[in-house]
Write a protein that binds this ligand. Structure first.
Ligand code: LLP
Length: 413
């Protein structure tokens, strides 16, 4: 459930009429509903009855105005870069609820994580382990480590966002991971505290999660048999949402399946949800510039693939709704942006509102991996982000200016 609903044929975000926001901030802009964000976070977090930490996947939506909501609700953060660590701390996340994933952490990033006192590093290779030992020794600190194991489970999702197959670059093969734990145990500045895994994103079935947990559980037992104390099991993120007709499991069903499999293993569970919390709590609002009939019908809008890249990159579907429904009806066509590439589309051969110049369109389900994947391609300033709370409108990120486009650039003498 979300708080984007029509009232008097005009799409509202909570109690605010979207055209009013467009008049105030211009278009395009990302728009989030605070009540929806809170509801989704709580639905997920409260579905788990075992000791757990919900570490929001920062990469899905990293605005500190949004992350701070989850911090206040007791959430933590899953981060994958020094930049995300900076954001998580600025948003008020407790460092002891921050887990650091990713295959390519630099020494500077490892240092930043150590100095910040994060809960654990999800280490993905032997070389990263040695770099972490080295950096921790220099700082005179002990690095809390969990290895990301690759369980070789098929998440049955888009190839670009599958991560838990042996052919993917992520993690350490679960069959050889025991040796790495033994090696870590012998290192002076490493403390192994957990096992982690993340098999992919936008999963619409619970069985791959259960299958990978089975493997992780067996592995934790094997580790304990060798005398290693494992406190945390990190199962990553990945629970899918409905963009179109998908029917992903409800958080409660997902949580129950995981807890049943987990049994009484006595570990704190760490979860790293992103999309399921923010995906349907945000939309992209764009304005129609022109329409034209070529080989097919094109609706040309002021947002492009630089603002929302998912359709171009993954062929992802986003529903397009009219902001004001004046009975215009629907037609099959493309909604395209101003970027000079044929791959620049927000909707391709799908049912879209019949539109005319200056109409507003809502690109739905854009809260996750929307703004965070946006860029300045074609020298387009990144758009504003707006958070609605009841009848209040907060601009949580200003639209970039032209000056910001060249900030840091220099014409050599
Ligand atoms: N944890 C780790 C280690 C991850 O790599 C990811 C996502 C998550 C958690 C959060 O997954 P979620 O709950 O959001 O599915 N840009 C793509 C999605 C990439 C996901 C990458 N990793 C998209 O727009 O669909």
């Amino acid at each position: 459930m979300n708080h984007f609903n029509y009232k008097n044929k005009s799409l509202h975000c909570e109690d605010v009429d979207i055209p009013e926001i467009a008049a105030q901030v211009g278009t395009p802009f990302y728009l989030y509903s605070k009540a929806t964000l809170i509801r989704h976070f709580q639905a997920f977090d409260s579905a788990f009855t075992v000791d757990h930490i919900t570490c929001f996947a920062t990469k899905s939506c990293s605005n500190i105005g949004i992350m701070s909501l989850f911090a206040k609700l007791g959430g933590g953060a899953d981060i994958v870069s020094g930049g995300e660590l900076f954001r998580a701390l600025k948003a008020g996340m407790d460092p002891q609820k921050i887990v650091y994933s990713g295959v390519g952490k630099t020494r500077d990033e490892l240092k930043y994580g150590l100095e910040s006192g994060i809960l654990m590093f999800n280490v993905e290779s032997q070389q990263e382990l040695l770099a972490l030992q080295d950096v921790a020794a220099e700082l005179g600190l002990i690095a809390p480590v969990s290895f990301r194991v690759n369980p070789d489970v098929d998440p049955k999702t888009h190839a670009y966002i599958s991560t838990g197959l042996a052919k993917n670059k992520f993690g350490i093969p679960i069959e050889t991971a025991l040796d790495v734990y033994r090696q870590a145990d012998g290192l002076s500045h490493i403390n192994t505290v957990g096992v982690s895994c993340h098999i992919g994103s936008q999963l619409t079935d619970v069985s791959p999660f259960v299958e990978s947990l089975q493997k992780v559980k067996g592995f934790v037992t094997a580790l304990r048999d060798t005398g290693l104390d494992i406190k945390y099991i990190d199962l990553g993120g990945g629970l899918g949402i409905t963009y179109d007709e998908e029917t992903p499991p409800e958080p409660a069903v997902y949580a129950k399946a995981l807890e049943e499999e987990l049994g009484d293993i006595g570990c704190t569970l760490i979860l790293e949800p992103g999309r399921v919390i923010v995906g349907n709590a945000g939309i992209l609002v764009t304005k129609v510039l022109y329409t034209k009939q070529g080989g097919k019908k094109f609706t040309i809008v002021d947002a492009g693939m630089n603002d929302l890249t998912r359709p171009s990159l993954y062929g992802a579907y986003h529903k397009i709704l009219p902001v004001v429904d004046y009975g215009q009806g629907v037609e099959t066509g493309d909604v395209v942006g101003p970027i000079c590439e044929t791959g620049d589309f927000l909707a391709k051969e799908q049912e879209v509102p019949v539109s005319k110049s200056a109409d507003l369109l809502a690109v739905m389900s854009a809260g996750a991996y929307g703004f965070t994947m946006s860029s300045n391609y074609n020298s387009r300033p990144r758009v504003a982000e707006v958070l609605v709370d009841g009848d209040k409108v907060h601009i949580i990120r200003k639209r970039e200016t032209l000056e910001m486009l060249i900030a840091g650039e220099v014409i050599p003498e």
